[in-house]
Design a protein around this ligand. Structure first.
Ligand code: HEM
Length: 397
């Protein structure tokens, strides 16, 4: 098999191909997406921190100057929302936007949310176990992070069911060479989401409550587009990967039953187990960067205007960094995985994600005496954002 992100067999088992890439072709040109694939941990890590690359080039050049076609006009409402969030801008705008919300996500701040995260996780898991199990993704993995981030931002309870579909439609645009229909769906979702948030902000601005959207409406240096872009980013990034770590993580434990037993018997392993599950089956397999100034990697010159695809899933299995990398070891002590990224865009929500994952894995281990797989799960079609369609389990209390 070769690198083929549209092939379901590759999406299900990318790790042999990654191993070959790391050994034989750490930098390789991939024609179908016109990108350079980077597969070794040291290179992925270094390029994420290298300021000669960026998540965007629009702060230094136009599409034309970068040799890229103009974007189709119908995509304008999508990019308007996405490029107003910190993830798709570079300094100095990035610095300003990140600083505005970073206080809400410091380890100390999110630690104060732990009791609430704990209570939500316990409620969801109790209901799940009481009905004998079901789809873990729909019943626990999704509602936990969605509820937490929605409460932080102040999304009314009756509207929260809208968040998952909007997020998943928007994420369709992040897959490689998305189909035209997926692009239209993403644009529509971005438009609806933006309209919803503008209306909510208009309500909160004159009568701010004790939530993040209210707080952002009081920041005069933030444009309305930036407010919307920030909220869309926080709401989407705030749950999408966490859902997949929960699903992929449990599926990893079922494929490694001795590690599940080990974790059941020694709950003090939870912190290292969460890191290891994020490493072993990385939820976000790839991130892209634009080359803003010529670079050279292993003797290969990659010119300004090119795009690199950083293979996180491969970096996380690199034998140069991880001992016995294909082994799942819930007690792995030295684990510099790259799943939260590196450099200036390092995941803002990492401390919150860690708390959510520890609380949800902990609740399931505490409340379910047994958890059994009902059927082998299937992967969704996406490669970049890689997760299971569902995870059907039988649970006993
Ligand atoms: C296990 C779950 C999560 C994973 C694996 C994850 C992963 C990542 C990664 C890899 C990036 C950097 C992307 C790049 O450099 O191109 C990122 C950025 C970001 N993440 Fe997370 N994330 C998770 C959970 C969360 C949560 C719970 C939040 C809550 C707010 C969040 C908010 C963000 C934000 C705002 C950024 C953009 C930061 C910036 O551009 O400066 N993430 N995340």
């Amino acid at each position: 098999m070769r690198f083929d992100p549209w092939n379901p067999d590759f999406v299900a088992h990318p790790y042999r191909v990654y191993e070959e890439l790391r050994r034989d072709a750490p930098v390789s040109y991939f024609e179908p997406t016109n990108q350079w694939l980077i597969s070794r941990h040291a290179d992925v890590n270094a390029l994420l921190r290298d300021r000669r690359l960026g998540r965007s080039y629009l702060h230094v050049a136009t599409h034309e100057e970068f040799g890229r076609p103009p974007e189709p006009e119908f995509q304008e409402p999508f990019w308007r929302v996405i490029r107003a969030g910190m993830l798709d801008v570079e300094p100095p705008v990035h610095t300003r936007l990140r600083r505005l919300v970073s206080k809400a996500f410091t380890p100390r701040m999110v630690e104060s949310l732990r009791p609430r995260v704990h209570a939500i996780a316990r409620d969801l898991v109790d209901t799940y176990v009481a009905k004998g199990g079901g789809d873990l993704i729909a019943d626990v993995a999704e509602p936990l992070p969605v509820t937490v981030i929605a409460e932080m931002l102040g999304i009314p309870e009756q509207d929260r069911h809208l968040l998952r579909p909007w997020s998943s439609d928007i994420c369709g645009m992040y897959e490689l060479n998305p189909a035209l229909e997926a692009q239209h769906t993403a644009v529509r979702a971005a438009e609806e989401f933006a309209a919803y948030l503008k209306a909510l902000a208009a309500e909160r601005r004159p009568r701010p409550g004790d939530d993040l959207i209210s707080a952002l409406t009081q920041v005069t240096e933030l444009t309305e587009d930036e407010l919307v872009g920030t909220c869309v980013l926080l709401l989407n990034a705030g749950h999408e990967a966490t859902v997949n770590v929960t699903g992929n993580g449990w599926w990893a434990l079922f494929r490694n039953p001795a590690e599940l037993v080990r974790l059941r018997e020694d709950r003090s392993l939870l912190p290292t187990a969460v890191e290891e599950l994020m490493r072993w089956d990385t939820p976000l397999q790839m991130f892209e960067r634009w080359v803003l100034e010529d670079i050279e990697v292993h003797g290969v010159r990659i010119p300004r205007g090119a795009e690199v695809a950083l293979l996180f899933g491969s970096a996380n299995r690199d034998q140069a960094v991880f001992d016995d990398p294909d082994r799942l070891d819930v007690g792995r002590a030295d684990n510099p995985h790259i799943s939260f990224g590196a450099g200036i865009h390092f995941c803002l929500g990492a401390p919150l994600a860690r708390i959510e994952l520890m609380e949800s894995f902990g609740a399931l281990l505490d409340r379910a005496a047994t958890l059994e797989l009902r059927q082998k799960p299937e992967w969704k079609t996406g490669y970049v954002i890689r997760g299971l369609r569902s995870l059907e389990l039988t649970a006993t209390g």
